[in-house]
Design a protein around this ligand. Structure first.
Ligand SMILES: C[S@@+](CC[C@H](N)C(=O)[O-])C[C@H]1O[C@@H](n2cnc3c(N)ncnc32)[C@H](O)[C@@H]1O
Length: 216
């Protein structure tokens, strides 16, 4: 299947039932680890944060706790169903410093030259067919010394790899495939190789990770 068809298939998932029921379905399963990733980051008051695959905005509260009302979040996602829920959450919580826009994160370009202080993507890289382009795009929109924060599914190694078929199967409904979990693993390796002050933690028998690192 071509990358365009694969990407359309992911869009179909998030504009269909999964998108509509995302907040009910996704539960709080990953919440603690996602929160820990943000907590461990060097995000600080006033930072401007770019959030790729923002979905319904489940990461926004953790980020806002660090950056305060003087900071700013721009969330990007290509599903209007997910973005509608994000907009509801923004209104409900009166987050005046959060905006979301509809775009494909592999192609999205900033319309001005002001780079962000940090880039976040959670549970996105393991569902996007062109994840490495998305990662490179995220990196290109962040200033030098700015931080990248990724938390996602990955392929476990060694004896724990026996569980890979199961974790891929569970994530299938959300667009996860073996190849995409491998993409996500490769992104954390690229972060370890190319960023500085990198920290990676793994959970769930190494099937889930968060990785933080600063741009050179
Ligand atoms: C599993 S959800 C994660 C949402 C959110 N980060 C969270 O953790 O709750 C994946 C999100 O990625 C978005 N997505 C997938 N491929 C995308 C692409 N190429 N461009 C923009 N958004 C994309 C989907 O629309 C969906 O909202």
């Amino acid at each position: 299947m071509s990358i365009i068809n694969e990407s359309n298939q992911v869009l179909d998932i998030y504009t269909g039932k999964v998108g509509e029921q995302y907040e009910k379905l996704s539960t709080k399963f990953f919440a603690d680890w996602k929160g820990k990733a943000i907590e461990e980051s060097s995000l600080k008051k006033g930072d401007r944060v770019l959030v790729f695959c923002c979905g319904t905005g489940l990461d926004f509260p953790y980020i806002l706790e660090k950056i305060g009302s003087e900071g700013y979040i721009l969330g990007v996602d290509f599903s209007e169903i997910m973005l509608d829920q994000a907009r509801n959450n923004i209104d409900k919580n009166s987050w005046n410093n959060v905006e979301v826009i509809g775009a494909d994160i592999t192609k999205y370009r900033l319309y001005n030259d002001i780079k962000f202080d940090a880039g976040v993507c959670t549970l996105g890289m393991s569902v996007i067919p062109k994840a490495m382009s998305a990662y490179e795009n995220l990196l290109s929109n962040i200033r030098s010394d700015g931080e990248i924060i990724i938390s996602d599914m990955q392929l476990a190694k060694g004896w724990k790899s026996v569980f890979n078929p199961l974790t891929v199967y569970i994530s299938k409904k959300y667009g996860g495939t073996y190849k995409r979990h491998k993409n996500s693993t490769d992104i954390s390796l690229a972060m370890i190789q190319n960023l500085k002050d990198v920290k990676k933690e793994t959970f769930l028998l190494d099937s889930y990770f968060y990785c933080l690192g600063k741009k050179n």
